[in-house]
Design a protein around this ligand. Sequence first.
Ligand code: NAP
Ligand code: F7E
Length: 358
Amino acid sequence: MSKDGAPLVTKTALITGVTGQDGAYLSKFLVDKGYEVYGTYRRLSTPNFWRLHYLNVFEKVNLLPADLIDVGSLLDAIRISHPEEVYNLAAQSFVGASFEQPVGTGEMNGISVTRLLETIRIMNPKIKFYQASTSELFGSGHLSASNEEALFRPSSPYAAAKLYSYWMTKIYREGFGIFACNGILFNHESPLRGLEFVTRKISNTVAKCALGLEKELRLGNLEAKRDWGYAPEYIETMWLMMQQKTPDDYVVATDDSHSVKEFAEKAFDVVGLDWQEHVKVDKKFLRPLDVAYLKGDSSKIRKIGWNPKVDFDGLVKIMVKEDLSRWERWQNGERFPWDASNYPGEDKILSRYQEKDK
Ligand code: NAP
Ligand code: F7E
């Protein structure tokens, strides 16, 4: 029995991309439900388990080395873990980088998903499969909220690759009878978000500005609008979809949209600073193509019991306060698993498609 007296589930799940934001939150969520959790990670020269440590779940996850590009490692991951549910979260997840590495992104976010679906079809077609699809599928040109029926107009190599894997997931469901779902998740953020994504870039830099460690926040397209939600609430929908009688695709969103400028303004407000004194526009952060506006219509997933609580203001506060507290602890000599203290910032990084101004 769990702490609150509810019976514990005794299922086994395999999560690909367990070291990422969603992988870490989903691991904790499933471990708390009583799942036996296996997670794949790829070999890196420096281990990257800080998020699992941060959530105190590292010891409870069984780690399996695997790269989605390498079919043998997928076969072994399934053979060793015997999962009932596979959550495919591993991806090259940064849209900006997909313009610089379009081939690798296509391989990783497109073909690799078919590789994993084939592994499941051949080894055990009863395994349920969750695919991390994305609001980027909707792309440019939408003026109102997008639901599951909205048109897809991908505007990046990232989105084009994810569109292929979205369709392959449907094809394996309809053609081979696999329980396969697409979670079409809009942007979801948290203090565990990667530092290159705009929300965490803002919250981290705002915290540093508040402590006098930084003066400027350099951003690209301030007018872009996104439907930003809170990641720990979003990962619950992944599980929820997999517990339904029939597999299906669901949009997950707050159904509200705000600009990058509004995010920055609110974030500086949290620490009592004026955003206009710190934010500078830098062409380096403009993409060859950008999606101007995204807003979701998540009525379908709400009908099966999803009820998120954190709104835009709440999200900005959570992120800024957590980054502020981390920098304060760090300045006081405390050492803990965390990414920002080792991050050089993006000034160090040159762009291949946008020459740095001479
Ligand atoms: P994330 O923090 O960037 O995590 C991505 C994970 O994929 C990391 O564990 C990463 O490993 C792993 N990975 C990358 N390349 C790999 C490879 N070749 N082989 C094996 N693993 C590899 O992303 P996230 O925000 O958690 O997103 C999870 C999934 O949801 C992704 O598929 C993303 O595209 C999708 N998605 C995200 C959002 C969002 O707003 N967060 C919205 C819609 C969809 P390393 O730690 O080694 O890099
Ligand atoms: O950009 C603009 C940028 O990189 C958001 C991924 O999780 O969500 C994410 O993709 C917006 C874009 O996220 C900067 O041009 C302005 O319009 O935080 P982002 P994303 O591209 O929306 C979707 C749903 C996913 O599936 C992806 O995996 O912000 N922006 N200035 C900037 N963006 C960044 N990164 N850095 C800037 O300086």
